[in-house]
Structures are given as structure tokens and as C-alpha cells.
Design a protein around this ligand. Sequence first.
Ligand code: PY5
Length: 295
Amino acid sequence: MKIWIDGKLVGEEEARVSVLSPSLNYGFGVFEGIRAYWNGENLYVFRLLDHMDRLLRSARIIGLEVPYTAEELAKATVEVIRANGYREDLYIRPVAYISKPQISLDVRGLQASVAIAALPFGKYLKVEGVRATVVSWRRVHTSMMPVMAKATGIYLNSIMAAVEARARGYDEAIMLNAEGKVVEGSGENIFVVRRGVLMTPPVEDGILEGITRDTVITLASELGISVLEKSITREELYTAEEAFFVGTAAEITPIIEIDGRVLPKGPITQRIAEAYRRVVTGKEEKYARWLTPVY
Ligand code: PY5
């Protein structure tokens, strides 16, 4: 596999960092997760520029200097996919990090390296639906960590949640914030349906501002489904008619059980999932602007 690093395409064994990298030791880095879909004829990268824009915003939040524009990183992504000759569904992982050794926490003025890897990828969560549980680990509060940034260090919080849920026999975690409001999964945003209305936690509750979340809000409005961005309590979650996770990796994944309460795989979830699939595979002319053709 060829990986793009700072303008060069290198073999996987050459794509290495120092063990004393502050990105490895202290979690000082930012990353993205992007998907590309092969429809039998074309390979489309979904919302590529939006992901690269978020990577740069994340870097700006944590104070990491990334010496590339979003357009340059988008071009590099197409280049690395072509270099590998992929003709299948992919997951793309750009990461900006400090490759050189440094013990000091004073990371001011260091310039980031950027690596972009693309690999064949299937489903992340069970397509038929997942059993979820509210875990004991709370989502880090925005006064403690810059949760709006997709920063590597923050993912220890996600790992604790993801592992706790699985160790307790569930498929995925649902996290509450410090105030006890439902915020997201370990690596997904969440939507619930109550009385026919689709609801999702607002950004100010301390979530990652998901690109799939934005896609779902856009598609739902078009389908005539009303969407509310509002804080969600645990009781609202437990009395939801439908619930689903959304994310680049998770796509649209129905939640079929929450802490022993069974949920149907409802009609709104299904309509959203179908619309999403059509858009990402290039079957909706109207959303062609979200697709970057590789070939
Ligand atoms: N919330 C968190 C904590 C996430 O990590 C992710 C993405 C999302 C929400 C959804 O964001 P988006 O729709 O922009 O992808 N998580 C990564 C992904 O590629 C996976 C991390 C393991 O989906």
C-alpha cells in the first residue's frame, strides 16, 4: 500500500514516526475519516473538501500548524487512491502530527506532517442494527478538552467508552455529557425519533460536528421529515420510537436496543439510510457537489 506523506508517495514500512513524537506521547494531532464509494463504474470520495476543511479547523483549535490548504490535501487524496489503483469501497485516514522527537509540552511553532492512507473497508458496525448501552464514562466537557476538534488525544475518551460497552456485551456505547445529556456514540453522532420528529443533540452540548450528521439533516428536510437540534435526556432516549448512529465509518446504523429496551428498525431510519446510500454512490444528481470523482 502506498501512503501520501508530505507530498511523497511511500511504502507502508516507510511511513513511520519517532517513538518520542509528542503526537504519540501526548495525543497532539488531528485526523479525519473519509469514505470513498465504488459503484461498479466510478469511485467517488464523499464530501472530501468538507473533511479537509474540518481537519484544518481541528488543527487551528489545538494550535497545530498544517502547511497545506484543504484543496492541496484533497488533491493528495485523489493521488494516493490512484497510486494504489483501488476499485472498491475505501476508508481514507488523513492525520496531521509531529513526526520529530520532543519531550517538552511547549508545542508552539512546530510544523505538522500530514499522512493520507486509503484502505479497502467494509462495514464498521453491524448493518442490521446495534445493541447500545449508556456507558459510565462521560464525554469530555468542552471546558476540559476541545471536543469540537477531531484531535487524536480526545479519542482515549472514545476508546474507554467503546471498550466498556463491548465488555458489557453490547455493540456500541452511547455517551452522556457532564450535564447528563445524551451526546454521541464513541465514534458516531446520534439521532432519535420521538412522536415522528427527528432529533439530534446540538453542537453546543459538546459533540463532534459530524459531516454525516449534516448530510442527514439536509436529506431529512428534503424528505419532509422535521429535524430538531435539541438537548436529549436519557429518558427521551429510552422512550424513542427509533434511534440510529451516523458517521463516516458507521454510515446510518439502526440502534435496535438501548439498555434492554428494544426498538424497531423504523421507517424514518430506513428512509434516511436509503437516501444516504443513493447520495454516496452518485445516484442523486442533486448532490453531485458532495462527490469527488477519482475515476
Ligand atoms: N462523533 C465522533 C466522536 C466521531 O469520532 C465521529 C467520526 C463522528 C461523531 C461522526 O463524524 P462524521 O460524520 O464527520 O464522520 N468517527 C470516525 C469516522 O470515520 C471514526 C473514528 C474511529 O466515522
